[in-house]
Structure formats: C-alpha cells, structure tokens
Design a protein around this ligand. Structure first.
Ligand SMILES: [Zn+2]
Length: 121
C-alpha cells in the first residue's frame, strides 16, 4: 500500500471506511427484509453479521491508532512549520506530506540545512 499520507491519517481513513461499510451493510440487510420478506431475512442476517464484524474491525483499528498515537513522536515539521506526529522512524507530515525521518542516515537534508536555505527541494 503506497498511500501518500501520514500513517496515523491512513489508519483513520481505513477506520472510517470500515465503519461506513459496516453501517451500509446493516442498512442494506435490514432493507432486504422490507423488500424480499422471508428470503430477505437470510440476506439481512448476512448483512448484519458482516456489518457487525466490519464495525468491530474499524473499532479495533481506531483503538490501535489511538494506542500508536500515544507513542508517536510529536515534532514541528521543518517544511510547513506545523506540529505533526510521526510513527516509527520515517513518516510523512500530516499537513504537507513531506517525508520526515528521525534517522540521520536516511535523511537527504537536515532541518538546519532547510532553515538556512542551503538546499531547497
Ligand atoms: Zn509539514
């Protein structure tokens, strides 16, 4: 998955998508009873179960993202100057999507160089 966003934002997006999917399936399942009566009940049962599982999964993702964000490093983005959080050693800025790293070996430019305007990407 090559999502061009910060990891925390990606988690939130997935959590939201799963919640929407779960709710959609539950509504569709319930609508099945209204439209197809007896046969719709099987459809409804499937929809409700899958919908519930999907909602639980999204809850787990939200919970996980919450746990991760407590251990995330908060720092000021050298590119846009906003306060962002990063997971792991390399992550993208939540606002301008610049790749940030804590590992000096991987950095192509340091924040000091950026401030001095020596190298501009
Ligand atoms: Zn930024």
């Amino acid at each position: 998955m090559t999502f061009k966003s910060a990891k925390i934002n990606a988690f939130r997006t997935w959590g939201l998508a799963l919640t929407m999917l779960g709710m959609g399936l539950m509504i569709l399942g319930t609508a099945g009873i209204v439209f197809w009566g007896q046969t719709g009940k099987i459809f409804a049962a499937f929809g409700l179960v899958i919908g519930l599982v999907s909602m639980m999964a999204s809850l787990a993702i939200y919970f996980w993202a919450g746990m991760l964000s407590t251990s995330a490093v908060q720092l000021e983005c050298p590119e846009c100057g906003k306060l962002t959080k990063m997971l792991g050693k390399t992550d993208r800025c939540m606002f301008c999507h610049t790749m940030l790293t804590l590992d000096p070996q991987q950095a192509t430019i340091t924040s000091k160089q950026l401030k001095n305007g020596q190298i501009k990407q």
